[in-house]
Design a binder for this molecule. Structure first.
Ligand code: SF4
Length: 271
């Protein structure tokens, strides 16, 4: 059971310190996708909810129109701490309202989601001057996906979403993230999606707050053979695994003519 509410805000635009972006727009507070590793879970401390992360969703609402002049030639991401096309968007259409406004802008819009519902707004994406749709994928194993990301679209639905977007002439990006040590097969993800993907981005699994414990417990239970690797990375802070895979990915992309951006070692693509 999800607790639903409304938060009145002053402006949809939030300036960000992320190196790769100028503004972020989060149409919702909270995320019902309930990914086990969720990097946005720290947002629970900014909410008034007693419920845990994943168990509440607030519509962020304002009558103020988005200032299109302010975002001219700026990089704007929808969204960083929620999925803008979570299942409740079908009913509330807050993201659609935001998209209707920014579709008239000269901003560089990035939409990031794990949901096939994004296809509903193709009409608006086609009108938008600069837009890319980023679909994140961390595994090709549907069973593992169900355990890690229980409420988002399946892998096959995400691939179909990429296909439809591509067929409609919209730039598509696959964000291979989070890279789960010993579990994410990035080459297989590329093989399965390359026909419909213009660019790949990569980031590692970052573990924060209580979700670090949840994820480490999950690994202990489901993949006992990986426990020492995870403890070495997340308890002993040994970064060698990611340094090596980062170099390997860059080498693979260069040899295969793949356009990519690698966020494993440095700047952050999203919070
Ligand atoms: S879709 Fe993104 S914001 Fe939502 S739970 Fe998953 S990782 Fe967190």
């Amino acid at each position: 059971m999800l607790a639903e509410g409304t938060t009145k805000i002053k402006d949809y635009l939030t300036k960000t310190k992320l190196e790769t972006l100028d503004f972020v727009i989060n149409p919702y507070s909270g995320c019902p996708h309930r990914c086990l590793y969720c990097y946005a879970a720290y947002m629970v401390s900014f909410s008034k909810h007693a419920e845990r992360w994943g168990e509440f969703l607030d519509i962020r609402y304002t009558k103020k129109k988005i200032n299109l002049y302010k975002i001219k030639n700026k990089k704007v991401m929808i969204s960083t701490v929620t999925d803008p096309y979570n299942p409740y968007e079908e009913k509330y259409k807050i993201t659609r309202n935001v998209m209707e406004q920014v579709s008239n802008s000269e901003a560089f819009i990035t939409v990031m989601t794990k949901s096939k519902l994004v296809l509903r707004d193709i009409d608006l994406f086609k009108k938008t001057k600069n837009i890319e749709i980023v679909i994140s994928i961390c595994t090709t194993d549907e069973t593992l996906k169900e355990k890690l990301e229980p409420c988002s679209s399946s892998l096959s639905e995400r691939i179909e979403t990429l296909r439809v977007l591509k067929d409609n002439g919209i730039k598509t990006v696959v964000f291979i993230s989070p890279i789960l040590p010993g579990l994410t097969d990035y080459k297989k993800i590329i093989e399965m999606t390359k026909e419909y993907t213009d660019e790949y981005r990569f980031d590692k699994l970052n573990l924060r707050s209580s979700f670090k414990t949840n994820m480490l417990n999950f690994i202990s239970y489901e993949y006992p053979s990986l426990v020492s690797l995870y403890y070495d990375i997340y308890k002993n802070k040994n970064n060698r695994y990611f340094e090596e895979i980062s170099l390997e990915i860059e080498d693979y992309c260069r040899k295969n003519g793949i356009i990519y951006r690698n966020f494993i070692a440095g700047e952050k693509f999203a919070s």
